[in-house]
Design a protein around this ligand. Structure first.
Ligand SMILES: Cc1cc2nc3c(=O)[nH]c(=O)nc-3n(C[C@H](O)[C@H](O)[C@H](O)COP(=O)(O)OP(=O)(O)OC[C@H]3O[C@@H](n4cnc5c(N)ncnc54)[C@H](O)[C@@H]3O)c2cc1C
Length: 413
């Protein structure tokens, strides 16, 4: 039994912590947020690999994971369906997955309010220095798994040259209650994975469980992600500034997004989006926004420390793979430790398995995202672009890989 610390107690951290605990290790999670994290996150596209990772933990949740859609619909500016595709997929949510993973992990091993500050390691162990309510704590372990997200303090110490790069656009996100929507929107969009693609923009949406993970008709919600180009500079600075003038360069908390920016987004939605999506924007209580970044690592292991999940790679959300990728990282780490013991050799085996997968995810997501910024505005190019977005966004590459034109790109790498 090895002593293993996991920094970060979101989905990636909980996946790996549960897997290592299942294998009999002495695992502790250090999570800087104190109190419930349940309000965080929105919709998550599920893939077979995500369900497989849950099954590895004996969590049979397939029937309660989320909402099943029969396929996809592309809406034009007037709200008519210009393309339909049969593509069943289950859409879940951050809070549903968090609840499942947290419930299966012992409370006394999930240490909240503990913010990792720095790490040290030698040949025999790794030491983690953290702060809890201004008191410095030290933890010792055989291995440290850093799943502390895109701004990972551990990655910044161990691999300081690996930094997120702004992709040139933002995403407005939100979740609208089903019960608020008109019959028109319910009948023409709600049950589908929906798309609307005005010039240089893209909105996607899908139904998710409502409050208390309720998936009954009438109780669900519609999750949307609206991508909008935004050059780095004043415009981006303004949108990341709250109504009192406080600036959040690393991302504005959902409850701080300025009401003026929300009003402007709703106004733009009325002109640019299909009426169904405009209605959803209008009726979403608290739309929030995130700048879109790429984060690509060329190393994920240093001695007894491994980085995983969003700390290692952040692919743009078009591939809908963030959580699945974190779950696959977790499975690779636990497999490697089972095979090689809790050693730096095990972490190198993890790196061999997952480094390339992370790099490919980044490239596929960039390729999908580049369509938003494409300069070719001929009607042929637009229609090609729209078709690709509908058939390639957030697909299960295992199940729908035959649709993927990205195969050619993968082969040429
Ligand atoms: C617009 C958008 C849409 C998305 N859609 C999807 C989708 O459809 N499907 C999908 O699978 N993914 C999606 N994602 C990505 C997904 O949210 C993440 O990839 C996923 O949560 C895995 O991240 P993680 O657990 O590695 O890191 P995170 O979720 O970022 O968690 C990091 C954790 O570490 C903690 N932490 C940070 N610093 C410290 C510290 N110093 N000490 C201790 N703890 C610390 C944080 O509080 C946090 O809990 C989307 C993302 C965006 C932006």
């Amino acid at each position: 039994m090895a002593r293993i610390l996991v920094a970060g107690g979101s989905l990636g951290g909980l996946f790996v912590a549960n897997m290592l605990l299942r294998d009999g290790h002495d695992v502790r999670v250090l999570e800087k947020v104190k109190g419930s994290m349940n309000g965080r996150g929105a919709g998550i596209v599920s893939h077979d690999a995500l369900v497989n990772a849950l099954e590895l933990l004996d969590l049979d949740v397939q029937s309660t994971l989320g909402v099943l859609v029969p396929g996809r619909v592309l809406l034009d500016g007037s709200g008519n369906a210009s393309q339909k595709l049969e593509m069943p997929q289950v859409l879940t949510s951050w809070s549903r997955l968090y609840q499942i993973l947290l419930d299966s992990f012992p409370t006394d091993r999930y240490l909240q309010g503990v913010a990792v500050q720095r790490v040290e390691q030698d040949e025999s162990e790794v030491r983690v220095f953290a702060l809890k309510e201004n008191v410095e704590l030290t933890f010792e372990a055989d291995l440290l798994i850093a799943s502390d997200g895109i701004r990972s303090s551990i990655r910044q110490q161990v691999f300081p040259n690996t930094q997120p790069n702004y992709a040139g656009y933002i995403a407005w996100r939100g979740v609208c209650e089903e019960s608020l929507l008109s019959d028109f929107t319910l009948n023409s969009l709600f049950d589908y994975f929906g798309f609307c693609v005005p010039a240089d923009e893209q909105i996607i949406g899908y139904p998710v469980a409502g409050p208390n993970n309720d998936t009954r008709r009438g109780q669900r919600a519609y999750n949307f992600v609206w991508y909008r180009p935004m050059p780095y500079g004043d415009q981006l600075g303004n949108i990341l500034t709250d109504a009192d003038g406080n600036h959040y360069p690393q991302g504005i908390p959902p409850n701080k997004v300025s009401w003026r920016q929300i009003a402007k987004a709703r106004e733009d939605a009325r002109h640019l989006l299909s009426p169904q999506f405009a209605e959803i924007l209008e009726k979403t209580a608290q739309p929030f926004l995130q700048p879109i970044y790429d984060l690509a690592s060329d190393q994920v292991v240093s001695g007894r420390i491994a980085i995983m999940g969003d700390a290692a790679f952040v692919a743009r959300p078009h591939i809908g793979m963030g959580v699945t990728k974190a779950a696959e990282d977790a499975a690779a780490i636990s497999d490697s430790i089972r095979l090689h013991g809790a050693s730096s050799q095990a972490l190198l085996a993890y790196s061999d398995q997952r480094l390339r997968a992370g790099q490919l995810a980044i490239q596929r997501a960039r390729w999908l995202g580049d369509y938003i910024k494409s300069a070719d505005s001929s009607s042929q190019a637009i229609s090609h672009r729209q078709h690709l977005m509908v058939s390639e966004t957030a697909i299960d590459l295992g199940r729908y890989g035959h649709l993927s034109t990205f195969k050619e790109i993968q082969l040429s790498l």
